[in-house]
Write a protein that binds this ligand. Structure first.
Ligand SMILES: [Cu+2]
Length: 321
């Protein structure tokens, strides 16, 4: 993991890494073109109506038992609800606090959902809600660099979107989507992990029947412990293996993903098409072929479809300050 070590050194030397944090700036649904449907509010700014729950600061949530692990620092109800359908592509665009690129490159990205019940999510308190996991992505191989292992989060730092596909058999209803980056650059110390959860309010249509089992559902906080191997990770800079925290991806998600190709879990999309292929120790081949859709097996054997697409929107339009 020389690449990661090098990045860390750069971080110490050149950048104010302690204060370099960020937030979910945009959510796109079925949006792999050049725009993003839904704008998130800058943390602590005067809010505009959004589907993304605003947080109070770009700083991370620290500690696995922190109540803010639910939806981010002092997360507020959002006024709007996005419309989506099973199988839709969710496009998450994370930014640094100054709207430059996301500042971290080490650690996984995980996506959970919870039902808001019969009413929409605009007033739904999810602190005692049960969440199920629909996607996770950690270390992948870098097809442009001898298939060397690299965190998918590196692509986000490079300017990529993170793509997650809604389960193709998801039951209709009102949901919160909790998309989370865990930054592990300080995770060699207990309590060092940085959690960045972001919750978006959606209403899912259709007439599917897929649901998670009770045994697959977790609370936030509650799903993680500070001592989990994927959260306290002394070997994070020397190991190519990674153990995702939280429950496995819900069975109905992986069942629907394997029965219909193209239905997937999580991936990043970036301009240099850097992230595709298979994870270390997986049985699938790592040809490095830059195909539009490439299936890989995650470290838990979960089928993930990596979709590589050119980033068409330029950063410049959003960097006016
Ligand atoms: Cu940070």
């Amino acid at each position: 993991m020389l690449r990661l070590a090098f990045s860390l050194i750069l971080c110490f030397l050149a950048l104010p890494c302690v204060s370099a944090h960020g937030y979910l700036a945009y959510l796109g649904i079925n949006d792999d073109q050049s725009y993003t449907n839904y704008t998130g509010n800058v943390p602590n700014a005067d809010p505009s109506p959004s589907v993304i729950r605003q947080v109070s600061d770009i700083s991370p949530v620290k500690g696995a038992s922190n109540p803010d692990l639910n939806c981010g620092l002092n997360a507020q109800f959002a006024q709007k609800v996005a419309s989506a359908n099973p199988g839709d592509l969710l496009v998450f665009d994370w930014r640094g606090g100054d709207n430059t690129n996301w500042p971290h490159n080490t650690g996984p990205m995980l996506t959970y959902m919870t039902s808001c019940g019969s009413s929409d999510c605009t007033q739904y308190n999810s602190s005692s809600s049960k969440w199920f996991k629909i996607a996770e992505i950690g270390i992948v191989t870098n097809a442009t660099s001898s298939n060397s292992p690299v965190w998918a989060q590196q692509s986000v730092m490079n300017g990529a979107f993170t793509n997650v596909t809604l389960p193709s058999t998801l039951s209709p209803g009102n949901y919160l989507i909790r998309h989370e980056i865990i930054a592990l650059h300080l995770a060699t110390a207990l309590g060092g992990a940085e959690f960045y959860p972001a919750c978006s309010q959606v209403k899912v249509g259709g007439s599917q029947t897929g649901m998670a089992e009770d045994s697959e559902m977790v609370l936030f906080p509650g799903a993680y412990k500070d001592t989990d191997p994927g959260i306290y990770d002394p070997d994070v800079y020397s190991s190519n293996s990674y153990t995702f925290p939280g429950p496995p991806i819900a069975a109905f998600v992986t069942a629907s993903a394997s029965s219909s190709s193209g239905s997937s879990s999580s991936s990043t999309s970036s301009a240099p098409t850097a992230t595709t292929g298979s994870t270390p120790g997986s049985s699938s081949s790592s040809s490095g072929a830059q195909t539009e859709s490439d299936t890989l097996r995650g470290l838990w054997g979960d089928v993930q479809t990596v979709k590589v697409q050119a980033r068409k929107r330029t950063r410049k339009a959003f960097m006016s300050k």
